[in-house]
Design a protein around this ligand. Sequence first.
Ligand SMILES: [Fe+2]
Length: 243
Amino acid sequence: MLEFFSKNNKLSDFSDLVTDVHSHLIPAIDDGAASLDQSLQLIKGLNYLGFKKLIITPHVISDFYQNTPEKINKGLLLLRNAVKQANIDVEIDVAAEYYLDYDFQNKLGNEKMLTFGSNYLLFELPFYNKPQVLEEVIFKMQTLGYTPVLAHPERYTYWYNDFKAYDDLKTRGVLLQININSLVGGYSAQARKIAEKLITNNMVDFVGSDTHNQHHIELLKKSLNNKYLIDLIKKGNLLNKTL
Ligand SMILES: [Fe+2]
């Protein structure tokens, strides 16, 4: 019996995951934390829930958030300093959540991308229209030595009746990162169903909190007795703790 499972089979916290791989906690550079105070509150919340390391992943979307590695790294230094001053025992790192748009395709191969772990490149897709170039861009990332990690695969509506699309992604070598909050209805009943099915089929490589605000911290607390999440962590195949 591992110590992070209490008697009633509820997770006591997320300490077995060690690392959260997806959040928006650099102040005021995307739709996440709006101020340094808010960032610190959210980081404290995640740390209290057992996370020892946070890989913060600001949005990079050309129409909304033109975040550069320089800007993101500047935010990282600011936040590391504030975390130290506040005596929070947590390691902070950054990558990015790249939206697959025209700019992203142009940057690939021409500019340095922010990655985490073993050159893992976190990317997201439009929610309602599958990009025609998806397979081509996946291949390009791989050719450049990146391992693509698809953020919240359970949220893309065009795959809700096409589960084999996920098999195809896995066959191509794409790693899948589900959002923990999807398992407790954070988005929709359909997103929840897909996240559950991905777990049942052993297709999940990473979990992330995708924390933007306090509501997400509340959803994380709620997820501690979610049986799919408990099973997933119990199986021990998640890559979070390798980072
Ligand atoms: Fe995100």
